[in-house]
Design a protein around this ligand. Structure first.
Ligand SMILES: [Mn+2]
Length: 341
């Protein structure tokens, strides 16, 4: 994999470019894709953004959202665009499998493949790329890329809104330890470009339907289990629970973080029964490594304090297996809890 900086001179002449991100886009995947999209368009390139599947309602406000190509709805168009593509950017993921059903098309695409990502353990078979797990977000990496190309002057309010959104969500609103001085310096620069931050917080966090709040009440009352001696919390919801409150994919975003607000909880896990699999989110405080935990037991991974995974077993079997693995890690969890003071 050649360094990303080697790509900068190649982008000095107009190219046909595709940008894609992981399945179930979050604000960082979409914000980095659209931020890069607007930037490359201004550079004179022909650019398309391909999403592996439809994007959640709370991200529809993002500038350029109406121009996205959704693979689950526009398969033919996706194939056509990829066929003509010269450079393919993969953002906020580091292995094509993370795009699920889109993966074979991306893998077989003849374009020069570029990765920009901050997750652990990258696939290094991309032609160009940058993998920096210490970075707060892929949005921050796209900002750095634009700066490295000497194009600060091209950053406008549209790009600023996209890049801010993903940095804000991936840092837990600038709370996590990945929030370096460079992150704050970037936000300051984006504000100088006309960025208004309050409407973005509102668009992302104050944009739900009543059913989601009712669902949260139900979940915290009836579905939250605390394993005190292991400093762990589990929320497991069945398909029946999701249907009862008419809950979509985007509605469960962020729920996994709430149990971490409990003093004694070091590890929080959210499990939901989806159509094809059991989906799992892992969050931790301090040194407990959920990337390793998700990778070892649930075919997943991500970051030190935030990871995803899945299980093809039933919900109750998954829950039993999970509790067993929590017990196996009990000493480590107790250690992490004690170390945090
Ligand atoms: Mn990210």
């Amino acid at each position: 994999m050649k360094p990303l900086s080697d790509l900068i001179p190649i982008l000095e002449t107009p190219k046909i470019i595709c940008i894609t991100h992981h399945y179930n886009a979050d604000a960082d995947a979409l914000g980095s894709s659209l931020g890069l999209y607007h930037y490359l368009q201004m550079k004179g390139h022909q650019v398309s953004v391909i999403c592996p599947n439809s994007i959640p309602d709370f991200l529809q406000w993002m500038p350029g959202a109406s121009e996205l190509i959704l693979f689950d709805k526009q398969a033919e168009r996706t194939k056509e665009v990829l066929q003509n593509c010269e450079i393919l950017f993969s953002l906020d993921f580091n292995h094509f499998s993370r795009t699920k059903f889109l993966a074979p098309l991306l893998q077989n695409c003849n374009a020069v493949k570029v990765m920009i990502d901050h997750h652990l353990m990258p696939d290094l078979s991309f032609d160009y790329g940058l993998s920096l797990p210490s970075k707060s977000s892929t949005c921050e990496m796209v900002y750095d890329f634009i700066q490295a190309a000497g194009d600060d002057v091209l950053i406008n309010e549209t790009i600023a809104r996209c890049l801010y959104a993903g940095t804000m969500t991936d840092t837990g609103s600038f709370r996590f330890s990945s929030t370096t001085s460079s992150v704050h310096a970037m936000v300051a620069r984006l504000m100088e470009k006309g960025l208004q931050t309050a409407p973005i917080h509102q668009a992302i966090f104050d944009n739900y339907r009543e059913n989601r709040l009712r669902f949260m009440g139900y979940v915290f009352t009836d579905r939250l289990e605390i394993i005190s001696d292991a400093h762990a919390a589990i929320i497991a919801v069945s398909r029946q629970d999701l249907n009862r409150f008419d809950i979509n994919t985007g509605d469960t975003e962020g729920l996994v973080n709430y149990p971490l607000s409990l003093k004694e909880v070091v590890l929080s896990i959210f499990i939901s029964e989806r159509e094809d699999e059991i989906r799992m989110s892992f969050r931790s405080k301090g040194k407990f490594d959920v990337n390793v935990f998700a990778r070892n037991y649930f075919e997943g991974g991500g970051h030190l304090n935030a990871a995803g995974g899945k299980s093809l077993r039933s919900l109750s079997e998954t829950l039993n297996k999970l509790k067993q693995h929590i017990q196996e890690n009990k000493n480590q969890l107790q250690l992490c809890y004690n170390e945090s003071f």
